[in-house]
Design a protein around this ligand. Structure first.
Ligand code: ADP
Ligand code: MG
Ligand code: ZN
Length: 188
């Protein structure tokens, strides 16, 4: 799949809507690296404590131990000897994560990040566009539309909340295709 030279760092992005399988795909890649006896460090933002504070957990209940961090610089400080880094929900770290990811890749590490490419309004979720632009590999994956079964690229919020960040799962969101997605009433 990805043919890396020894000592050559690079960035992989896994993006898509909620329920598209980003966390599953991230866990799959990290497990393979662990099986190959690489040193793997796994992070998620402390804000996302939906299922667990100390694991990445997919909606299908796959899990892998992870470290919850409050900001991007904590990741940089805690990874001197990792070969492979995994970061889930990377969109929640804000602009600061872009330089951190690049620095890690420049120093020879494989950095795999997963995150939402759009928010609930369908607007690109900063800083995903910036990360996608500097990455070597970008995989966009799709969920199944909960209304019609077509490939789903959007995250439908099922509540009236208007804040950009509302942590939730199937009670608050569902995957929808372009045709079935209903943008929130209020333009912001
Ligand atoms: P993400 O990290 O992108 O939100 P996860 O990897 O946590 O996604 O979960 C993917 C899993 O979510 C699927 O394997 C499936 O079990 C479940 N799932 C729930 N709703 C959907 C949907 N509409 N389309 C596809 N998978 C769904
Ligand atoms: Mg996820
Ligand atoms: Zn649909």
């Amino acid at each position: 799949m990805h043919h890396a030279q020894i000592g050559q760092g690079y960035i992989e992005v896994i993006c898509g809507s909620m329920f598209s399988g980003k966390t599953e795909e991230l866990i799959r890649r990290l497990r393979r690296a662990q099986i190959a006896k690489q040193k793997v460090a796994i992070f998620k933002p402390a804000i996302d404590d939906r299922y667990s504070a100390d694991h990445l957990v997919s909606h299908s209940e796959w899990k892998i131990p992870s470290v919850a961090v409050k900001n991007a610089s904590e990741i940089l400080e805690s990874t001197p000897d990792a070969d492979v880094l995994g970061i889930d929900e990377v969109q929640f770290f804000g602009r600061g994560i872009v330089k951190v990811i690049e620095e890690l890749a420049n120093s020879g590490k494989r950095v795999i990040v997963a995150g939402l490419d759009q928010d609930f309004r369908g607007v690109p979720y900063e800083p995903m566009p910036q990360i996608m632009a500097i990455a070597e590999y970008v995989d966009k994956i799709l969920a199944v539309c909960m209304v019609c079964g077509n490939p789903a690229n959007k995250t439908q919020r099922l509540t009236d909340q208007t804040e950009k960040v509302v942590i939730g799962a199937t009670e608050a969101y569902e995957a929808r295709c372009r045709k079935c997605y209903e943008p929130p009433a209020q333009e912001m």
